[in-house]
Design a protein around this ligand. Structure first.
Ligand code: NI
Ligand code: MN
Length: 226
C-alpha cells in the first residue's frame, strides 16, 4: 500500500486500485502541497470529525471526484442536508464498511466535538492494517485496538494543545505496538509546533516500532512481511 501525506491530518492511502482520502484539510492548510482541484481519482473520503481542520474540503472533493464520504451518522446527515448530491455512508463507532477486501472500521477517539462524535479509522486489507487516530488525547483502549486489529501502521497526532503531544504519543505507540508509526497534526499552526524527529528518536530508542516522518506531498510505499 502507499501512504501519502498532505499535511496536518490529511492522507491518501492507495490500496491496490482503491484510493482513500482521510481528513482533507487542503485550502487554509499552510502545509498542503496541492490545491483542492489537483486531488483526483478518490474512491472514499474518511472524515474523523467535523472540525474545520478535518472536514476541510470534503464536500468540494466529493462533488468533483464522486467519492463516497464515510463519517459518523450525525455528521453525515448534516452534510447531506447542507449539500445535495453527496454520497454519504454514515456509520458509528464499532461499525465496519467493506469494499472489496478492504475493511474500514470506525473507532472512538478522545476529543470533544459538537454536535457529532470524534472518531478514528482502522483500515485493514491484505496489504496491512492502518490506524488513523484522528484528533485524540491518549486513552488506554488503544491497546485494545492493537490487540483486536493487529495494527501495522499507526498514524498519530503529536502536536499537543488540541491532541496528544510527543510524550503521550510515545505512550500511544507502546499501547498499540505497530510496526510503523507516522506522526501527524503538528506544525500547521504555531500552537501545535512539534519536532517529529524527537518523536522518532524516543520511539525508536524505547520500542521496536520504526517511525516514518513524511514531508507534505511525500508518498511512501509500505510493504509488510506477511
Ligand atoms: Ni478536532
Ligand atoms: Mn484537529
Amino acid at each position: 500500500m502507499k501512504v501519502l501525506w498532505l499535511g496536518h491530518a490529511a492522507f491518501i492511502l492507495t490500496i491496490k486500485d482503491t484510493r482513500i482520502l482521510i481528513d482533507p484539510f487542503i485550502s487554509g492548510n499552510s502545509m498542503a502541497p496541492v490545491k483542492v482541484s489537483e486531488i483526483k481519482n478518490i474512491d472514499y473520503i474518511l472524515v474523523t470529525h467535523g472540525h474545520a481542520d478535518h472536514l476541510g474540503d470534503t464536500k468540494a472533493i466529493a462533488l468533483a471526484t464522486g467519492a463516497k464520504i464515510i463519517t459518523s451518522f450525525d455528521l453525515g446527515s448534516k452534510l447531506t442536508e447542507e449539500e445535495g448530491g453527496l454520497n454519504v455512508i454514515g456509520m458509528n463507532i464499532g461499525g465496519t464498511y467493506i469494499h472489496d477486501n478492504i475493511r474500514i472500521t470506525m473507532v472512538h477517539s478522545f476529543h470533544v466535538t459538537e454536535p457529532s462524535p470524534s472518531t478514528g479509522f482502522i483500515i485493514k486489507s491484505d496489504e496491512g492494517c492502518v490506524y488513523h487516530a484522528g484528533d485524540t488525547g491518549l486513552f488506554g483502549d488503544m491497546k485494545l485496538f492493537g490487540r483486536v486489529f493487529g495494527i501495522d501502521v499507526a498514524i498519530l497526532p503529536i502536536g499537543g494543545y488540541f491532541t496528544m503531544d510527543i510524550p503521550q504519543a510515545v505512550e500511544a505507540v507502546k499501547l498499540i505496538n505497530p510496526k510503523i508509526a507516522i506522526p501527524m497534526h503538528y506544525n500547521t499552526f504555531p500552537v501545535i509546533e512539534a519536532d517529529p524527529y524527537i518523536f522518532k528518536k524516543i520511539v525508536e530508542e524505547e520500542t521496536d516500532t520504526m517511525v516514518i516522518v513524511l514531508k507534505p506531498g511525500e508518498e511512501k510505499e509500505i510493504i509488510l512481511e506477511k
